[in-house]
Design a protein around this ligand. Structure first.
Ligand code: ADP
Ligand code: MG
Length: 153
């Protein structure tokens, strides 16, 4: 587990970019944190790091958006509106086992659908001398992401 302080949106994006360089097909990243915590901002940085040129929009109404123009396919999911068990209908397994990188916002709603290995990031707001910063708590679940987390600065 690692805790990083992110003092502005650029730092949130930079974390996404840094992680993107180390991703491979079938990787799953889950993002938790309240509305406005920085989940989509992080995903924008990650997309940039994968070389995605298209503009990343919040997938809130579509649940899944696919970006296929980067180094790896990026599947960006926001499951906030999902009903209980809706992860099955979405075919989340096929995305998770697929040829791309899956990023899931509000992953606590699909906890039972998650693979054995994934990278978990929880964003929280923290007030600091007049401004609001973010703290990212980054955790490797399973073996796959242990070294990546250990190497994060
Ligand atoms: P979420 O997807 O979690 O709802 P968003 O990324 O859409 O959150 O929005 C987060 C808001 O907070 C954006 O306005 C963004 O510019 C801002 N933000 C992101 N990271 C930081 C940070 N480290 N410090 C301050 N503001 C941030
Ligand atoms: Mg969002």
């Amino acid at each position: 587990m690692k805790e990083l302080k992110l003092i502005n949106p650029d730092q949130t994006m930079a974390l996404g970019q840094q992680i993107a360089t180390q991703l491979q097909a079938g990787d799953v990243i889950v993002l938790n944190g309240d509305l406005g915590a920085g989940k989509t901002t992080f995903t924008k940085g990650l997309a940039q790091g994968l070389g995605v040129q298209r503009v990343i929009k919040s997938p809130t109404f579509t649940i899944i958006r696919e970006y296929l123009d980067g180094r790896l396919p990026l599947y960006h999911m926001d499951v906030y509106r999902l009903e209980n068990g809706g992860g099955d209908e979405l075919g989340l397994d096929e995305y998770f086992d697929g040829d791309g990188v899956s990023v899931v916002e509000w992953a606590q709603f699909v906890e039972e659908d998650l693979p054995t290995d994934y990278l978990s990031i929880t964003f929280t707001r923290q007030d600091q001398s007049g401004s609001t910063v973010r703290v990212a708590e980054i955790k490797a679940v399973g073996e796959r992401f242990q070294a990546l987390v250990a190497g994060l600065a």
